[in-house]
Design a binder for this molecule. Sequence first.
Ligand code: DX5
Ligand code: ZN
Length: 216
Amino acid sequence: MERLVAPSMLSADFANLACNIEMVNKSQADWFHLDVMDGVFVPNISFGFPIVERIKSLAVKPLDVHLMIIDPDRYIERFSAVGADWLTVHYEACAHLNRTLSQIRKFGMKAGVAVNPHTPVENLIDILEYADMVLIMSVNPGFGGQGFIPNSIGRIERLSKIINSKGLQTLIEVDGGVGPNNAKQLYEAGAHVLVAGNAVFKADNPLAAIEAMKKA
Ligand code: DX5
Ligand code: ZN
């Protein structure tokens, strides 16, 4: 089973972005997780195309772009152009999810669908074939540094069973309040990709925090 770690650049020091990118490049982390927020779908605004493009120019690992925006269809082509390798949209923000995920794949990216903490994972049963990854939000999206919502563990276990029963290879990613303290439990519940912002960038030793998650 894959055990991937994706540091969330939302918690990086934007005045020292190049150093923080270099740290992730040299670390045991697998992907860069980039949180794009529009101030409408979530009550916060983060960064957009110029930052994603600049990170792409320095990153030696795939970019995992998490869109917390309404009507993401408008921007699929542009995220492909600035270098997204994985593009995840929110279930709650898409009226035509099948079309959206198909478009993401058409532009050469891997397609992800994220679910907020209140959305039953069972709602994804008819869309899993069209998704390369499901992102389980383990906090209400919008901010780094929040506490992990405990029932997320059961949500991962339920989703994992559904994916296995369908014989699919869909990855499960978990985002929000994740770090070395709960990594083992999350992998054991069925998660494949762990996103960590504060647990990496606010740690005394970010490289060690990443390594601890990889080895959990
Ligand atoms: C929250 C974002 C997360 C965030 C995680 O809406 O999707 O990726 O950066 O931050 P931590 O790991 O600090 O909870
Ligand atoms: Zn995220």
